[in-house]
Ligand binder design. Structure first.
Ligand SMILES: [Zn+2]
Length: 301
């Protein structure tokens, strides 16, 4: 993999060669949620697999299809994989399949995605010179798969791991407990993952540092949620009040996104018996701390 200082720039429409088996085309859909845009990856040299065709952006999908076009008019792209069914990842699959004749593979038909075949954890998608292993990584989305390019110990991580921003966990499909377990699973992976190619941003060349940072950041945040929640006893509080108490260093424009994160933490705490709400599935529920054995948190901090 290219060392970090020599890495190809993220330029929409350009085909960046990341390794002999891996190319990337950036979709021009930059935003607060997508960073520079969605990375579409192309794996293989003659029999090609596309990972995350992106949104149904005509020029982008045509640029990806062009990577596989052969002089005889056939197309080398035989399979299209989607890491999950969010709008910036999978809607381009139908158009790309039509242009190339490729099969569409993902965890499930959802959000408008129609698959030729479904993949489960451990499934292999192979070509002449590569093997991609599907790794079910629920958390950001319940149907999220990462793909491990085994020859390069490189993980195509979709939105499970991103370069430059944290991953948004939005209940109810998003699940903080599952997310942290999915991150831990990658940390424990043997043999170790040597690089991560995310759907947003550059290739991550020190994956273990990134993954352990992710875990410690989330656990720090969880401690803040617990402290803020305990301070609201005995009345309790909703996510908006907790965000205002916790995210004092974050501009208010980002608070609506932070509410999802706090809600996801509260739901994890509820599963662990450490917080409660009349309806944990309600985004506007009032939450209360649950005293641990021998604790009397309802009396206040
Ligand atoms: Zn997503």
């Amino acid at each position: 993999m290219t060392p970090e200082e020599n890495r190809p720039p993220l330029e929409p429409g350009q085909v960046a060669t990341l390794s002999p088996r891996l190319r990337r085309v950036l979709c021009p859909n930059p935003s607060m949620m997508t960073g520079p845009g969605t990375n579409t990856y192309i794996v293989g040299t003659d029999d090609l697999v596309v990972i995350d065709p992106g949104p149904d952006h005509v020029e982008h999908v045509e640029a990806v299809a062009a990577v596989g076009s052969r002089p005889d008019g056939t197309n080398a792209i035989s399979r299209i994989l989607c890491t999950h069914t969010h709008g910036d990842h999978s809607p381009g699959a139908a158009r790309l399949a039509e242009l190339t004749g490729a099969e569409v593979l993902a965890f499930a038909d959802r959000d408008g995605l129609v698959c030729h075949r479904h993949l489960v954890d451990g499934d292999a998608v192979t070509g002449n010179d590569f093997s991609l292993r599907a790794v079910h990584t629920p958390g950001h989305a319940s149907n999220h798969l990462c793909f491990l390019l085994e020859e390069e110990a490189l993980l195509l991580s979709g939105d499970h791991v991103m370069d430059g921003s944290t991953v948004v966990i939005t209940p109810l499909d998003g699940d903080m407990g599952e997310y942290l377990a999915s991150v831990q699973r990658l940390i424990d992976w043997t043999p170790a993952i040597e690089a991560i190619a995310p759907a947003h941003g550059h290739v991550i060349t020190d994956p273990m540092a990134k993954l352990t940072d992710y875990l410690s950041h989330r656990l720090d945040r969880e401690r803040q949620v617990v402290d803020a929640l305990v301070a609201t006893a005995p009345d309790g509080a909703g996510t908006a009040a907790l965000v205002a108490a916790i995210y004092t260093d974050v501009p208010e424009i980002l608070h609506p996104v932070a509410r999802f994160s706090v809600w996801a933490h509260l739901r994890k705490l509820a599963e662990e018996g450490r917080a409660t709400a009349s309806d944990p599935d309600d985004a506007d529920a009032v939450w209360l701390p649950v005293p641990g054995p021998g604790e009397t948190v309802y009396l206040g901090p």
